[in-house]
Ligand binder design. Structure first.
Ligand code: SAH
Length: 254
């Protein structure tokens, strides 16, 4: 036993311990909040992998690009949904984001991103910004993302959210994406996240030779197909049907 005068030392030690445990508690609370979403996000990734395996014959592959999966495992989906839905943000299904629109199912976001075969120097156009989630995933993988949204409040909200979260290489425009974005064209890749009755000719025009596009095509609320479009170096355009899907309709400004 030491004969150290105990009271002062103990009291000081006690204060230090209190401060230390308060700090630890703070860290633990933060970590718990982060972990709650980290494990939900990890579960979401496993579900995407399951869906990919299940649909491998249709999509022609058993796994998706690891860069795409890493982006999916990083983007905080809970910050792109209305706050009452944060608890279910990582479920593998679409969720309402207001104005009759939805944030797409994570598996579909991952698949469409993978199909684009994007590289880090690419410039991508998205038609249908919605929450901004797909744009955030793309922004981690390419040089520059242009994204267009026809519903003005959604465009404003997504733009503010993306800026706040630090996705600096994304530009949002409130406009009808059917006509594409002439000033920013041509694009290495184009992704349309609302269902069209046909592939908009301006989007084909704005695709670079060698460029890729994914777009759901079909009648609103009936079966639509995800279509992969490729423009060869010669300018020749070919399409391939990938998978039956269900998207909100591509609307037009009158
Ligand atoms: N990619 C979005 C989900 C999009 S839902 C996300 O990650 O959250 C489809 C979106 O397309 C809706 O927000 C809808 O308003 C928008 N949209 C429909 N028609 C459009 C058009 N012609 N131009 C631009 N956006 C359109």
């Amino acid at each position: 036993m030491t004969t150290r005068p105990s009271s002062g030392w103990r009291a000081g030690g006690g204060r230090r311990a209190t401060v230390a445990s308060a700090a630890l508690l703070f860290v633990a609370v933060c970590a718990t909040a982060a972990d709650r979403f980290a494990s939900a996000r990890a579960r979401m990734i496993r579900e995407i992998e399951g869906d990919v395996a299940f649909t491998s014959e249709d999509i022609g592959k058993k796994t998706l690009d690891p860069h795409v999966m890493r982006a999916m495992a990083t983007v905080p989906r809970h910050l792109f949904v209305p706050s009452p839905l944060q608890g279910v943000a990582y479920e593998n299904r679409p969720l309402p984001i207001g104005y009759g629109q939805t944030i797409s199912q994570p598996y579909i976001v991952a698949l469409m991103t993978d199909l684009l075969r994007i590289g880090s120097d690419d410039t991508v156009l998205e038609v249908g910004t919605g929450s901004g989630y797909q744009a955030a995933v793309l922004s981690m993988l390419v040089q520059k993302v242009y994204t267009m949204e026809i519903v003005e409040p959604l465009a404003k909200q997504a733009s503010a959210r993306l800026r706040q979260l630090g996705y600096q290489n994304v530009t949002v425009r409130h406009a009808d994406g059917y006509n594409g974005w002439k000033e920013a064209a041509p694009f290495d890749a184009i992704i349309v996240t609302a269902a069209a009755s046909h592939i908009p000719p301006p989007l084909i025009q704005q695709l670079k030779p060698g460029g890729r596009m994914v777009i759901p095509v079909g009648a609103p609320f009936l079966t639509q197909y995800l279509i992969f479009v490729q423009k060869a170096a010669t300018g020749r355009v070919t399409t391939r049907q990938v998978l039956p899907v269900q998207f909100v309709p591509l609307t037009r400004t009158k």
